[in-house]
Every structure is written in structure tokens, then in C-alpha cells.
Write a protein that binds this ligand. Structure first.
Ligand SMILES: C[S@@+](CC[C@H](N)C(=O)[O-])C[C@H]1O[C@@H](n2cnc3c(N)ncnc32)[C@H](O)[C@@H]1O
Length: 190
């Protein structure tokens, strides 16, 4: 259901309800070139440019499975920096980026796809994977298009793929009674 949701009329237009939460902090966790997985309407592209005082360049690529989102972002940003993907497997055909970012995306990936998705993300990441989302399945329950996993669910897989947690920040979200969104950076070890 989760993936299918984004292709419905409602899902294609759905705007991340956490626009102001953690954009600047998320940008500060992203070093070097950035692959923005599930880039949506390009919010993090804007935040990264502001943070770096730099225009978009070959250091950034935003990808999303929903063509309407990429079409919309082409109206506000240079199209060359955004592309539609069919699935996370398409990342395997890209060159590596220093950081692979997934902001409010992995919580929407089904349980039976999360491991393969993280394999693709880590293959595309030269150095780091950055995730920002509300964690805690117990706390948030499972909505029809959201899984809100616990930290361990990501950490166990990423450690098995050679990545260790390197930075963590909790960002209170006024929209949800200040329940924090978690900003997490894992770095490739060795
Ligand atoms: C809540 S929005 C977040 C958008 C953006 N990252 C931001 O912070 O504003 C979730 C985005 O993830 C995309 N998405 C959902 N499931 C995905 C999947 N399996 N692979 C890639 N993108 C996905 C959706 O199309 C949507 O654009």
C-alpha cells in the first residue's frame, strides 16, 4: 500500500507536513555531494543551497518515484538535477555520492522492502547515509502509508552493511506536541 499511496491523486500532491522541521540541521548533516532519495518537491535542494550559499550543481541529484513530483520540481529548479526512478534499484546504476539523504522517506517503505532499499542506498553512498524522520512504531502506530520504525530497525541493517551511527540529533516538532523527529547520520567504517 505504501508505495501505491504516492501514485494516488492525494499522494502525488501530499506535501510533507514537517516543512520547517530540521531542514537546516539536515542540510548540515550532509557532506560533499548529495543524492536526495525521495526528494519530493525539492525542499531539501533549496535548504542545501541556502546552507551552502551555493547554487545547485553536479554535487546534487534528487530522485523520486512519482513523476508528478519531479515535473513540479522542474518548474522551480534546474531539471538536470532531478530525475524519476522506478525503484531504489535504479540507484545501483548511478555513480556514488558522498552522502545519500532520505528525509521522511524510509518510514514509507514497506517492511519487506526496507532491507533491499538500504542495500541500494548504501551502495550509492561513498561515505554517509543521513535519515530524518519520526521514529518509533510503538509511539506512532502504523498508518496505512507510514511505518515509523524504531531506531534499531535501521541501525541493525546499516551496521550489517558496514555503516556506524556517527551523529544524532532530536528535533522537537511543534506539529506533534514537540515529539522529536530524529536526524541520524551513519558513516561507512574502515
Ligand atoms: C513525505 S515526502 C518527503 C519529501 C522530501 N524528502 C522532503 O523532505 O520534503 C516522501 C517522498 O518519498 C517518495 N517516496 C515514497 N516511497 C518511495 C520509495 N519507495 N522510493 C523512493 N521515493 C519514495 C514520495 O514520492 C515522496 O516524494
Amino acid at each position: 500500500m505504501s508505495r501505491a499511496f504516492w501514485f494516488t491523486k492525494k499522494g502525488a500532491k501530499n506535501v510533507n507536513p514537517n516543512p520547517e522541521v530540521g531542514e537546516e540541521e539536515t542540510a548540515s548533516f550532509c557532506e560533499g555531494s548529495v543524492l536526495d532519495f525521495g526528494c519530493g518537491f525539492g525542499r531539501m535542494a533549496t535548504a542545501l543551497c541556502t546552507h551552502r550559499a551555493l547554487a545547485l550543481g553536479s554535487w546534487y541529484l534528487g530522485v523520486d518515484i512519482v513523476p508528478q513530483r519531479i515535473q513540479a520540481v522542474h518548474k522551480t529548479h534546474t531539471p538536470a538535477h532531478f530525475q524519476v526512478i522506478d525503484s531504489h534499484f535504479d540507484l545501483l546504476g548511478l555513480s556514488q555520492f558522498d552522502t545519500v539523504l532520505a528525509r521522511s522517506v524510509l518510514q514509507h517503505v514497506e517492511d519487506d522492502e526496507i532491507e533491499d532499499t538500504l542495500v541500494s542506498l548504501t551502495t550509492a553512498a561513498r561515505t554517509a547515509v543521513v535519515v530524518c524522520e519520526h521514529l518509533g512504531r510503538e509511539k506512532w502506530g502504523k498508518a496505512s502509508f507510514s511505518y515509523n520504525r524504531d531506531f534499531e530497525a535501521y541501525d541493525d541493517i546499516l551496521r550489517s552493511l558496514g555503516f556506524d551511527l556517527s551523529k544524532r540529533l532530536e528535533i522537537p516538532n511543534p506539529r506533534y506536541n514537540n515529539e522529536p523527529a530524529s536526524l541520524l547520520q551513519w558513516t561507512r567504517h574502515g
